[in-house]
Ligand binder design. Structure first.
Ligand code: 13P
Length: 341
């Protein structure tokens, strides 16, 4: 393992002004997104859509540090035969790959999930590296509800995250460690804080036990937010203050960077929250975005599967990428959204 190189890549992934495009929707998830805009989820349409994003010059060269791909996408070529990975590299961004194989029911723990995909992971990582991937992602899912999460679910997911991270580093790939506490419930922000704290503490404990080099990884957490169905929604300032407090308490300064998931927040909320956190600096790590929905909802709608809408889709993507790029430096203002509308 060359830790200097892993650290260089991890640092580039969270460079100020830039963040990560999570374009790694599984076939099932992208079908849901396409259904919402009336587009059939064929391999060709998925390729055309992602090619549109990766050819967005302004967004990709100025505001996107890396792109997380799904297995299908990393092997696909653009219409003109250029591998999509090459398009990403040519833009100056770093290609990455989702390597978990989704979730399964966790035995003995009703309603809870464990992320799978460790079998043959070492071999798969080798092939992804040869294809150009320099970082990877593994997402654990923790739900909040009555009597959950159990300590069992937190432990097995943390264990798997650390097993994955160690295998990545051995393969000279930077692991994005993503323990996502879902925001779907009716819990308040303090319950989210408390569960996320337990999850992060257990995750870092496992990372240490399994000898993962913290300098060569990126953490992808949820923010401390109110559950979507909670009657009392926390303000932007409260989310920012509690999230920064939580992360400072749980994430060692040796970690080069933290890149949030958006998790169902609206586009503008995700941007405003990140921006507000940067007003509370200085922070011990890079702090940026690794958004899926909050970067792609607008371009998906603008594109709607039509070749004549590619420029509009790219404009919508560039706008959101620019807004989040500014937020990653604390330089975003809501007036910038209106100006572009
Ligand atoms: P969202 O930003 O849509 O939550 O997706 C990010 C991601 O990669 C989840 O694994």
């Amino acid at each position: 393992m060359n830790l200097t190189e892993l650290n260089r890549i991890a640092t580039a992934m969270v460079a100020p002004g830039k963040g990560i495009l999570a374009a790694d929707e599984s076939s099932g998830t992208i079908k849901k997104r396409f259904d919402a805009i009336g587009v059939e989820s064929t391999e060709g349409n998925r390729r055309d859509y992602r090619e549109m994003l990766f050819r967005s010059k302004e967004a990709m060269s100025q505001f996107i540090s890396g792109v997380i791909l799904y297995d299908e996408t990393i092997w696909q070529d653009a219409k003109d035969g250029t591998p999509l990975v090459k398009l990403i590299e040519q833009s100056g961004a770093i290609p990455g790959i989702k390597v978990d194989e989704g979730t399964q029911a966790l035995p003995m723990c009703p309603g809870e999930l464990v992320t799978v995909g460790l079998d043959k992971l070492a071999e798969r990582l080798k092939k992804y590296y040869e294809r150009g991937a320099r970082f990877a992602k593994w997402r654990a899912v923790i739900d909040i509800g009555s009597g959950i999460p159990s300590m069992t679910a937190i432990r097995v997911n943390a264990h798997a995250l650390a097993r994955y991270a160690a295998l990545c580093q051995a393969a000279q790939i930077v692991p994005i460690v993503e323990p996502e506490v879902l925001m779907d419930g009716d819990h308040d922000i303090d319950r989210c804080y408390e569960v996320t704290q337990r999850v992060l503490n257990k995750t870092f404990q496992e990372l240490r036990v399994q000898r993962v080099a913290l300098e060569g990884m990126v953490l992808k957490p949820n923010m401390a937010v109110s559950g979507k169905k909670c009657a009392k929604q926390a303000s932007v300032e409260e989310v920012a203050e509690k999230t920064v407090r939580l992360l400072k308490a749980c994430v060692p300064a040796a970690v080069p960077g933290i890149a949030f998931l958006s998790g169902g927040q609206s586009d503008e909320e995700a941007t405003a929250h990140l921006n507000a956190m940067h007003k509370l600096g200085p922070l011990p790590w890079g702090l940026t975005f690794s958004y899926g929905r909050a970067l792609q909802a607008a371009p998906q709608k603008a594109w709607s599967g039509k070749a004549e809408n590619v420029a509009a889709g790219q404009k919508a993507f560039s706008h959101r990428a620019r807004m989040n790029g500014l937020a990653s430096k604390g330089e975003w203002q809501s007036s910038l959204e209106k100006k572009a509308a």
